[in-house]
Design a protein around this ligand. Structure first.
Ligand SMILES: Nc1ncnc2c1ncn2[C@@H]1O[C@H](COP(=O)(O)OP(=O)(O)OP(=O)(O)O)[C@@H](O)[C@H]1O
Length: 488
């Protein structure tokens, strides 16, 4: 697993200060509208949803941590997901970006560990975690770890995080101090397991966040390796939980290999639908006009936090340099930057020191950053699901946001049709010219811009997917992650 020179980076020690552990932003004006979203639970005998956190019957310390986090009532994925997980069922859950999927799995898992009196083992040469959480990028797994650390605060349960780009020696020392909830990116996780530092026989929960990404061609082999690692309980003897905002149908089918046959499928809203709290604007551009138009957009957005997505690592550096020259305080994140730089960039963006972050798709999924008002798709991804994740960096937790996308008919024609569908599915205005591009690109058959575009459907129901995602192409083949970008 070691590529290039030995990594020595050790992340700065985390603050033990409660105000920093529980720092959070407020839910937005549309938080209560979550209640209006249609929810579909399919599969045999699903447990009843809860309406309040009290009904989740969390232990005192978890309850305290939930309220210190500013959570007053559960979001739909939490209302349904928490009792499903507490009932011991396997779950494939799909809910829109920013709607609280992380707490939906962390809370019932931590509750079970607490109820069973699980306590972090003392230092030991082999650690045996009860929970394994995997996610596709370093920054995302770190964020999930921070959430786990927050909810487990003041309890005996110890979460640990492992990911590429930081010193392996340091990582192993952290694991050996005690580890109940092991959060990791696949490569580093398998590395540490392969070194004999982790025993898997006590694993009760396996969580795949951004599950469709974890099971596409890029990561599927790692996931198969993980579940067939020595000691890992078979799916019948563990609980497997999958979360994402998007689920191509073929990935759903493949996911079933990892789940018990009676798993429940939870769809909050339309599978793969964009969050309607994000205002989406599509601007027609040419390859040569993009840079000026970006400046134009940034002028009107001022210093509000903006993420600019580009296709390649080179392009990310290039645009970030260009913006700095234009006196826009900008930083960048992509797979060629060292981990120290990536964390610094994210930190500067989070704190507002650099209000503009130029990113490849490495930052498209899961990142939850306060006050991101704008997302600009300077380059469009080739895959509509990736677009949905990218624009979901704004408009989170009932807050509103705006996404501007530059559409170059020369280069982006293949996305026109699915973009029209996503726009209309989220009740956004569809420009006439875009409809025309979509129409010309694909002819009339099956083209239905105004109609219902996505079925929120469990693939077991068979064939009712009406979207373009019937085959998920691997991120690498599509250039999703900025062609050659590395995810973990
Ligand atoms: N019940 C709640 N009340 C208030 N805030 C909440 C609640 N649940 C989650 N949040 C907050 O909402 C934000 C978004 O949650 P989270 O990151 O889990 O979303 P997500 O569904 O995983 O999104 P993505 O698809 O982008 O990964 C976080 O800041 C989280 O702390």
């Amino acid at each position: 697993f070691s590529r290039g020179p030995k990594v020595t980076y050790v992340p700065p020690a985390l603050s033990e200060d409660e105000s920093s552990i529980f720092a959070h932003y407020e839910s937005g004006i549309n938080f209560d509208k979550y209640d209006d979203i249609l929810v579909d639970v399919s599969g045999h005998d699903p447990p009843k949803a809860i309406m309040t956190f009290e009904e989740a019957a969390l232990c005192e310390s978890l309850n305290r941590n939930v309220s210190k986090s500013g959570y007053k009532k559960p979001t739909p994925v939490q209302k349904h997901g928490i009792p499903i997980i507490s009932a011991g069922r396997d779950l494939m859950a799909c809910a829109q970006t920013g709607s609280g999927k992380t707490a939906a799995f962390l809370l019932p898992i931590l509750q079970r560990l607490m109820a069973d009196g699980v306590a972090a083992s003392q230092f030991s040469e082999v650690q045996e975690p009860e929970v394994i959480v995997v996610a596709p990028t370093r920054e995302l797994i770190n964020q999930i770890y921070m959430e786990a650390r927050k909810f487990a605060h003041g309890t005996c349960v110890r979460p640990v995080v492992v990911y590429g780009g930081i010193s392996t020696g340091y990582t192993i020392r952290e694991v050996l101090k005690g580890c109940n909830v092991l959060c990791g990116t696949p490569g580093r996780l398998l590395d540490i397991i392969g070194r004999g530092k982790i025993g898997l026989s006590k694993v009760r929960y396996l969580v795949l966040d951004e599950a469709d990404r974890m099971l596409d061609m890029g990561f599927e082999p790692d996931m198969r390796k993980l579940v067939s690692s020595p000691g890992m309980p078979p799916k019948e003897d563990r609980q497997t939980l999958m979360f994402s905002a998007t689920y191509p149908e073929d990935i759903q089918r493949l996911a079933a290999d990892f789940l018990k046959t009676d798993y429940l499928f939870l769809a909050v809203g339309v599978v793969g639908g964009a969050c309607s709290d994000v205002e989406q604007v599509v601007v027609q551009v040419t390859k040569f006009s993009k840079r000026d138009q970006l400046l134009e957009v940034l002028k009107t957005t001022g210093t509000e936090r903006t993420m600019v997505f580009v296709e390649t690592k080179r392009q990310a550096d290039f645009i970030a340099t260009f913006l700095c020259q234009e006196k826009v305080p900008t930083t960048s994140i992509h797979g060629d930057r060292e981990q120290r730089e990536r964390e610094q960039a994210l930190g500067d963006f989070r704190s507002g020191k650099c209000p503009v972050l130029v990113a490849t798709s490495v930052a498209a999924r899961g990142l939850d950053i306060k006050d991101v008002q704008h997302v600009v798709n300077f380059d469009l991804p080739n895959n509509i699901d990736e677009y949905v994740h990218r624009i979901g960096r704004t408009g989170r937790c009932g807050n509103t946001g705006k996404a501007v996308c530059f559409f170059d008919p020369e280069a982006d024609g293949n996305l026109a049709r699915s973009l029209v569908k996503v726009l209309s599915g989220a009740q956004q205005e569809v420009p006439k010219w875009l409809e025309e591009v979509a129409f010309n690109a694909h002819g009339t058959i099956g083209f239905n811009p105004g109609g219902r575009v996505f079925a929120s459907t469990d693939s077991r129901k068979g064939g009712s997917f009406q979207n373009d995602r019937t085959t998920s192409q691997p991120a690498a083949a599509l250039g999703v992650a900025g062609d050659d970008d590395e995810w973990e």
